[in-house]
Design a protein around this ligand. Structure first.
Ligand code: BJ8
Length: 429
């Protein structure tokens, strides 16, 4: 009998024009999966209670907060990529929420319109809106997509029929004229936010937003560094969950709660307390982002007794490894400092992307992992192809390496489990 519940708010969902019956069932299923995956862990940090509550209230209290903000005239902006500068949404008084889809449940809704053979993350997100089963999509005033990959940029044209979807052109190279174009796009995003609120953005607004986001990223860096201790004081699953919640929680509260958890983890490091056994094999993941509630690989790896100690991913270090220079003043220079920070993100949609190869190896050493699992989503060409170079770099460095490609279905679970277990045996030898 399940004791954990993702709480149901049928009246609220009705008022948001959602498919109440389906959301109710989806929440029940999510509650069961959450209980099995997360609450069954022994010796979890007490500070995880806050994040459990964020899941319990996924489609309730947080949605009410967003509606209250909207009633005050604060726009809610949905995004799908860490290249969209959240600081500009915050500086305009708005709220930014990440809407990437990590669920198989919404994919049939998407496949009524989109081709089957595209990335599951794009299909899942589109399906959430098409099926009216995600309260965040229903609350958002508008979406801001980008041109990082073909699946995304062409889907935005169709999504725009269901909810206003603007597109930021992200260049594919980092040459000076490409960066100049990008900076113009950042300026256009700022203008869009100002038009939405009817207020000009001030330097003070932007400076404050930069500080809020830098502090959030610092707290996530702190968590990541704590995971690098042996034994790791927190499971990879819980760490991934926190990284996922970072995309929809209030940033100030999230930062405070995460720092409180990190204080507890500091103590656990001193006392050598861990969730997995002290001898657990240490694995680093690299690759495509895992959007909520995609916990598939973490469940398999940690279910087999290992611990994941780092995610080189946008739901991971790519989101928080770089900060914006807070010492810069003057709106134009601040926007340049902001673009400078964002251009450090080393997504596989860029070419050349040598920085990412170096970064993966660096994170492997920093995290004291014993091996790397590279994760690509099915039909994602950029990660699937860049995987070749990551594999070569691992071979050169003598790093044990496994490449996995998967989607959100359960069909490949058995095959993945066999391959993961064989890989972990290699690490334990
Ligand atoms: S900066 S990783 S969040 S684009 S996995 S949808 S690339 S087909 S997610 Fe991403 Fe921004 Fe890059 Fe990060 Fe397309 Fe590939 Fe799917 Fe992807």
């Amino acid at each position: 009998m399940s004791t954990f519940e993702v709480k149901a708010y049928p009246e609220l969902w009705q008022s948001l024009d959602m498919d109440v019956e389906r959301v109710t069932k989806a929440c029940q299923m999510l509650g069961q999966v959450y209980e099995q995956s997360f609450l069954s862990q022994q010796n979890r940090p007490e500070g995880m209670a806050y994040f459990d509550e964020m899941i319990a209230e996924l489609h309730g209290e947080r949605i009410k907060e967003l509606l209250a903000a909207k009633a005050e005239g604060r726009p809610v902006v949905g995004t799908f990529c860490v290249y969209i500068p959240e600081e500009l949404v915050l500086a305009a008084g708005g709220i930014c929420i990440g809407l990437c889809g990590g669920s198989q449940g919404s994919i049939p809704d998407a496949e009524k319109t989109l081709p089957r053979n595209i990335c599951p993350m794009v299909k899942s997100a589109y399906g959430f809106k098409a099926g009216r089963i995600c309260s965040y999509f229903q609350v958002a005033d508008f979406l801001y997509g980008e041109t990082t990959c073909d699946a995304k940029k062409k889907t935005w044209e169709l999504l725009d029929r269901l909810i206003p979807t603007h597109v930021m052109e992200i260049p594919q190279c980092k040459r000076p004229h490409s960066i100049a174009l990008w900076q113009e796009e950042v300026q256009a995003f700022k203008t869009k936010m100002e038009e939405t609120t009817g207020k000009a953005m001030t330097e003070e607004n932007l400076a404050q937003a930069i500080q809020v986001m830098n502090n959030k990223r610092r707290a996530l860096q702190r968590l990541n560094t704590l995971r690098h201790h042996t034994p790791s004081p927190i499971s990879g699953k819980d760490s991934l969950l926190i990284e996922q919640i970072a995309f929809y929680d209030d940033p100030l509260r999230f930062t405070q709660q995460l720092n409180t958890l990190c204080d507890e983890l500091d103590q656990r490091v001193q006392n050598q307390v861990s969730v997995q056994s002290q001898q657990a094999a240490r694995v680093m993941l690299a690759g495509a982002p895992m959007a909520l509630p995609n916990w598939k690989i973490h469940n398999l790896v940690e279910g087999a007794g290992a611990v994941i100690v780092n995610e080189e991913s946008c739901v991971g270090t790519r989101y928080f490894k770089d900060l914006i220079d807070e010492s810069v003043t003057g709106m134009d220079k601040m926007l340049t400092a902001l673009t400078d920070r964002y251009k450090e993100i080393d997504c596989s949609c860029f070419t050349p992307n040598n920085e990412r190869i170096d970064q993966v190896i660096k994170e492997f050493h920093d995290s004291k992992a014993q091996g790397i699992i590279h994760y690509s989503l099915q039909f994602c060409h950029t990660y699937n192809i860049e995987e070749v170079r990551i594999r070569e770099a691992c071979e050169q460095e003598g790093i044990p390496y496994l490449s996995l490609e998967s989607d959100y279905s359960l069909e490949d679970m058995g095959q993945l489990q066999t391959r993961i277990e064989a890989f972990l045996e290699q690490l334990n030898d």
